[in-house]
Design a protein around this ligand. Sequence first.
Ligand SMILES: C[S@@+](CC[C@H](N)C(=O)[O-])C[C@H]1O[C@@H](n2cnc3c(N)ncnc32)[C@H](O)[C@@H]1O
Length: 264
Amino acid sequence: MARSGRTVRRNDPLLYEVFADQWWQPRGIFAMLHWLAAARGALVPTAPRTGAVLVDLGCGAGLLAPHVAGKGYRHIGVDTSHTALRQAAGHGVQPVVGDVLAVPLPDECADCVVAGEILEHVTDLRTAVAEACRLLRSGGLLVLDTLAATALCRVLAIGIAERLPGMAVPGVHDPALLVDRDVLIAEAARHGVALTLRGVRPSLLDLLAWTAGRRGNVRMLPIRTTAVLFQGVGRKKGAKPLSPFPITDPAAPAAALDPESLRW
Ligand SMILES: C[S@@+](CC[C@H](N)C(=O)[O-])C[C@H]1O[C@@H](n2cnc3c(N)ncnc32)[C@H](O)[C@@H]1O
């Protein structure tokens, strides 16, 4: 990679160590993750009850934190990168070292599970979706954003975006891991979560202003096609659906979590 002089393969976890100092740079190589985190945070409702838990899968350095702060959740972040988790902890995220394919948290511990820009990085989409759904309580909300397994996405999100400053880190995406939307929807449904997808793209005017240094961020706008970058939202059905997030049983999520699993 040009910046470090080191070579990393596509989707190499080393990338997050090499560029660890870039996470919280609003004009750094992870800039677009900031814009996506803002759009993702807007999909997270206010916590349903005292002690409600939000599990942030592949949380990185916790860029979602400012966008859900004040919504009333205990924000737990799961990631394989210690350096990223350390930064996330500095932003109020309770860090858990773990693989999103085998999350070290109990079933139904979360009122909200967020999977932002992680599904396109895992080698087993079905297992990652099953894990996300397993963590959700009945009536809980799954919020995600990711990249679609299409030729258009390979051209735009990998071929082009990786050449534009701030849009995507060179080498971050492996075309073979882009997300098959049918598999995503079917797997979530199999685990009781009916997902609705919508496409998003950066505002082009904002992007121009940001590039010229006249804006600090770029808004993500909804679009009709989900063929490139898309968000997903779905609520888990169950015997006792919470509709939508009523205030009940405030002690349950905290009691359900094993404190041992939160050490790192
Ligand atoms: C593109 S970043 C997204 C970070 C964060 N969700 C955000 O939007 O700012 C992907 C993150 O997923 C983590 N990651 C990749 N594969 C993982 C896995 N199998 N289990 C847990 N974390 C993983 C990486 O360490 C990295 O922090």
